[in-house]
Design a protein around this ligand. Structure first.
Ligand SMILES: O=C(O)c1ccc(O)c(O)c1
Ligand SMILES: [Mg+2]
Length: 624
């Protein structure tokens, strides 16, 4: 399929040597690269060889960058800069590009009056024109005189030389809150390149924000969709080029970061096309209608540990798979499946992780659209051999190699009836549905999975929270469906602290995966009392918490006593009230939570550190 836009990425955005970067960029499927000068300077290959390498990899060289500090210089320095520029033209010739990026001058010694800027930019445009080269002028957000794309544009427009055009960089424009409507004034033939970066909204100086915290479209807080729609509106059809300065990415996997970037760009371009009423470029984001099932991989011995907890929580075994060592446990609208087969994906999961969640089934309204969306976003499909008469459910890979089964919401009942014949309906008990699923991952992977969830699914993200674990800080971010009736919610958790619970999980579990599952109920006291009588190993909460709770929220002492009796944590905000309790972990890995929401939409973040402290009491002694 021909790409609906021209994709590119600056080599600064990813880790590795220049050759490694180019390989990762080509493998991810970009059409072009911006060569960052520092990457070129430190490469063992000549510019001619780099140019040849790009061509062999099928990559165009979109631009060489950056060229700094030219306009407004005193005459002597300006002449030296022009000489430097001529040399760059020779390098560009070798690389095979005619475009160079010129950053607005950051020197406090540069003049900033408009006549000087116009005259200098005219001079350099003339020199570029003589060499058959073009210059793309960019307003750095911290430029001494030119730091707003509207000013850079008015200079480019008034110089009006074919060799001088504009660079738009979403970071510089949006970090300064420059209205997107101003893009409407730009003539598309003079917009030589558009650079993309998202970023979290931070209170810090522009330069450090830009150099360390840029991220891929969709991973930050900028309203890139409006910016993108404006570009399409003016008819811009040049490169969409990622330029991401981010310390985490430069320490991470080049191929992963490159793939994430292209995924972010595709979602952005498609979203902008849709906003303009144009033909969509891929099926719409999947809007899951609920969690259909959670599949646990477990040996028979560990399966008993899980089912002990399931029983105490009120689940019943309602069926067995007609041909496999797989059981179905149910309660309310919840299906838990325990897979103890001696081969297949579940078995590999059990071998690597021990008892674990190997798959999650999501009910989707349109299975083939869901699969096509995953394919368009380069999210790998999973298939394993199934018996000819077995119910086929398409699956894609998720966190830690686990699966998302995309269950057709219209035929889910038939699926259960065929695969688990004669399942008994569960008796009425307390748990109603899966409230959320918490996945733990390396801190470095969090942005990648965040993008995965918001690109593949019609999910919104909540702000990232910092939770204090007794052994360090844990970062937690939720992604949740916008469908309010039966929301599907995941929390993504990671830490840089070597002994925080989430890090201990990664060690114990050998990788990223589901760390806990929260079930919703309508009467948490009844569920807790029943679970207690049935011997659920509760996570015990200390008395200080309850004393503080009484003071903090002015709760009735009798209510606080009931909460304490059942180890129930409590939170309240403007939207409503939240009740939650936890089980101890199975095999020090997975634990369960029960929640009751009364209008409340969050996750009890203030209680998370209480919970982490309670769990830390059970950790193995650490040897330093
Ligand atoms: O941080 C910088 O110096 C820098 C350089 C080149 C760019 O295109 C940019 O946006 C920033
Ligand atoms: Mg830039």
């Amino acid at each position: 399929m021909t790409s609906p836009f021209r994709s590119s990425i600056a080599t600064i955005s990813i880790s590795g040597t220049l050759a490694e970067k180019l390989n990762a960029i080509a493998a991810a499927g970009y059409q072009a690269v911006e060569i960052f000068e520092n990457d070129l300077l430190s490469a063992p290959q000549s510019a001619v060889e780099i140019g040849a390498m790009c061509r062999d990899l099928g990559l165009d060289v979109a631009m060489l960058q950056p060229f700094r500090d030219y306009e407004g210089l005193p005459a002597e320095q300006r002449a030296r800069a022009e000489e430097r520029m001529r040399r760059k033209f020779a390098v560009m010739e070798d690389l095979g590009t005619d475009l160079v990026l010129l950053c607005s001058n950051c020197s406090p010694h540069a003049a900033g009056d408009r006549d000087t800027l116009l005259s200098d930019l005219s001079r350099i445009a003339g020199i570029a024109g003589e060499h058959g080269k073009r210059i793309a002028y960019e307003a750095l957000a911290w430029g001494a005189h030119v730091n707003d794309h509207r000013d850079a544009w008015s200079l480019v427009r008034d110089v009006n030389h074919p060799a001088l055009g504009l660079t738009l960089d979403s970071f510089h424009s949006l970090s300064r809150n420059i209205p997107n409507a101003s893009i409407g004034d730009i003539w598309p033939d003079k917009l030589f390149i558009v650079q993309w970066a998202d970023a979290p909204r931070l209170q810090m100086d522009l330069l450090n924000w830009s150099r360390h915290f840029r991220c891929m479209p969709g991973q930050g807080d900028f309203a890139l969709d409006e910016f993108a729609a404006q570009l399409l509106r003016i008819g811009y059809d040049g490169y969409w080029s990622l330029e991401i300065f981010n310390d985490r990415f430069r320490a991470g996997s080049a191929s992963q970061v490159a793939r994430d970037g292209l995924r972010g760009l595709k979602v952005l371009h498609d979203g902008a096309s849709r906003a303009l009423g144009r033909t969509p470029e891929m099926p719409a984001a999947i809007a899951p209608m609920g969690v259909e099932f959670i599949e646990f991989a477990a040996s028979h011995a560990e399966a008993e540990e899980f089912t002990g907890i399931f029983k105490a929580l009120g689940f019943e075994r309602t069926g067995r798979h007609r041909s496999k060592q797989v059981e179905r446990w149910q309660q309310g609208g919840i299906n838990l499946v325990i897979n103890s087969e001696p081969e297949g994906l579940a078995h590999s999961f059990d071998m690597v992780h021990g008892g674990s969640v190997c798959a999650i089934g999501l009910a989707v309204p349109d299975q083939s659209a869901a699969i096509a969306r995953a394919e368009a976003l380069d999210i790998p499909r999973f298939s394993q051999s199934v018996a000819p008469d077995e119910w086929q459910i398409p699956a894609v890979r998720g966190v830690g190699g686990s699966l998302f089964y995309l269950v057709d919401a219209a035929t889910d009942a038939d699926m259960w009836a065929q695969e688990f014949p004669g399942s008994a309906a569960p008796g009425a008990t307390g748990l109603t549905r899966v409230d959320h699923i918490a996945q733990t991952m390396q801190y470095e992977e969090m942005l990648s999975w965040l993008l995965y969830y918001t690109a593949l699914f019609d999910f919104a993200k909540t702000p990232q929270l910092e939770i204090s674990d007794p052994m360090g800080i844990v970062y937690s971010q939720a992604v949740e469906s916008r469908n309010a009736a039966k929301p599907v919610r995941f929390t993504l958790n990671g830490s840089m602290a070597a002994n925080a619970l989430s890090t201990r999980f990664l060690h114990n579990y050998f990788g990223a995966g589901v760390q806990h599952i929260a079930f919703a109920c309508d009467d948490i006291f009844a569920v807790a009392a029943r679970a207690k009588a049935a011997g659920l190993p509760f996570l015990a909460i200390g008395p200080n918490y309850y004393e503080d709770l009484e003071a903090r929220f002015g709760l009735e002492p009798a209510l606080v006593a009931r909460l304490a009796e059942h180890n129930i944590l409590y939170d309240r905000d403007d939207a409503g009230e939240y009740f939650q309790f936890y089980s101890r972990a199975v095999a020090k890995r997975i634990f369960f939570e029960v929640v009751q929401r009364r209008g409340y939409d969050a996750y009890g973040a203030t209680n998370a550190s209480i919970r982490l402290n309670a769990q830390a009491a059970h950790r193995d002694p650490v040897q330093f």
